[in-house]
Structures are given as C-alpha cells and as structure tokens.
Design a protein around this ligand. Structure first.
Ligand SMILES: [Zn+2]
Length: 257
C-alpha cells in the first residue's frame, strides 16, 4: 500500500492485517474500515513491537480510530503512547479487570513497562452492545467466561474471520479461568463459539497461527478438556511437546485432586 517497508503487520485476508509477537506468538490484529480507518485488537507485546505497530499503521497511511481487547490479561490490554489515543473496548468484565489490574499486571511484565507509557491511557471502556462501535465492517463481540471471566472473541461476518482470543490456539492449551476448575465455563465458551468456528473462513487465535481448519482446533481443545477429566494425557496433541503446556497439565490435574 505504500513504499515504506512494514516492520510487523502483514495482510491476512481482505481488510485484515496481523502481527505476531516474539513473546508467546501473541497476535495483534488490524481491521481496515472505509476512509482508511482502522480498528486494532490486542496490540502486543514488547515496547519495540508496540512501536512497530504504530509505525506500520503510519506506513500504511491508515488512521487508528478504535481498539478492542479480547480479555483482561496483561498481554491483551497493552498500549503505547505512539498509538493514537482512541476509544478502546472490551466486555464489562475486561474493562473492570483492566482498570483494577494494572499495578499487578505491570509487576508481572517486569521492568520497561511504566504505567504511563503502556497502559494508563486510553482506558478500556465496557461495550454496551454486542458490536464494537466504529464505522468499519461489523465486529461482533462473543462474550464467554472461558479462559477469563468476560473473555471476548470477535466475529467479522464480512470476512468470515473469527478472532478467537485465547481459545483455539495451536500453541497454548486451554487455560481455565480462576474458579473454573472443572472446565465447565471453558466448555460453555467453546460451545458458544462453535457455530462461528464452523462458518469461519479463518480462525485467528490470540497466540499462534491462523487456520482455515477451525473445527480441528475446536476438537483439539475439547479433547484436551476430556483428557484432563479422565486424567490420561492426550496422545495426539502436538501442544504437549511444549514444557509450559506439560506444566499446565500437571497444574490442572493438581487443582482437581
Ligand atoms: Zn494471552
């Protein structure tokens, strides 16, 4: 779109661009609207990567006009002063988690993330309707309690793209919300998403690779939950090669015992 080389963003499909962080392969998504306006979902993660997103939006000559977060964990509510100060949206739970959680979240992020630079402004507002308020293509919020209370996936009907948040990942196994020890809220969340997954041309997880085989990812997440229920590790889940995911298996089993 312009002569300036992009640092991070690359086109995914139609008017959707994504970038993948070095940390946990976290996905940032840009949805282009009319008049070169853009919506940014889950900008992540490191300061140089956040600056890179701002630089890429400038290189593409698009105006950031709105943003949304899939949930209130720190890797999904980051911001940077190089990004325009625009309305940011999330579920009511996400808005309150972001408001209350910053001191602890920034402590987890470690040095280099002063509140004033990366988090304080603009605040995350609570969606009062099930679509993100902006002039671009419809972006519908699907709020569940899988992974974290008020976790929100975003469905873009025009593109048939589902921004899944921290579900349906090829690198992260299902991480259950606090208190969802038996995984019921997670299963309910997957059930809510299932019709959108079936219709999706592409499922874009918050960590890992986009896929045209969303139903395969859905089946893999369900089998992981089944495996935890039975206490027998899944044999066909490549995510178990990752030490953090094996540790998560042990942690979830211990919570149930
Ligand atoms: Zn995450």
């Amino acid at each position: 779109m312009s002569g300036v080389p992009l640092r991070r963003l690359h086109p995914l499909s139609g008017g959707i661009w994504i970038a993948t962080s070095r940390r946990w392969r976290t996905t940032s998504t840009v949805v282009l609207g009319p008049n070169r306006e853009a919506l940014l979902v889950d900008p992540a993660w490191t300061p140089d990567e956040l600056e890179g997103l701002a630089a890429d939006l400038a290189a593409l000559r698009v105006d950031l006009v709105a943003a949304a977060s899939t949930h209130g964990h720190y890797d999904h509510v980051l911001w940077h002063r190089a990004l325009a100060e625009v309305p940011r949206w999330g579920s009511a739970a996400t808005a309150s988690q972001a408001r209350r959680g910053w001191p602890a979240m920034l402590a987890e992020l470690g040095p280099g993330y002063p509140l004033s630079l990366y988090a304080e402004r603009p605040p995350v507002g609570a969606l009062t309707q099930d679509v993100v308020p902006w002039r671009g293509p419809e972006v519908r919020a699907i709020v569940t309690d899988a992974h974290q209370a008020g976790h929100t996936s975003y469905w873009i009907p025009r593109e048939r793209v589902l921004l899944a948040g921290d579900l349906l990942s090829d690198v992260e196994v299902p991480l259950l919300a606090d208190g969802d020890v038996a995984g019921r809220a997670y299963r309910d969340g997957l059930a809510r998403l299932a019709p959108f997954v079936r219709r999706a041309r592409l499922v874009v997880p918050g960590h890992g690779s986009p896929t045209a085989a969303g139903t395969t990812r859905l089946g893999q997440d369900l089998r992981w939950l089944d495996a935890i229920d039975s206490g027998t590790p899944p044999t066909d889940d490549p995510r178990t090669a990752e030490p953090d995911n094996r540790a998560e298996w042990d942690r979830q089993l211990a919570l149930r015992s």
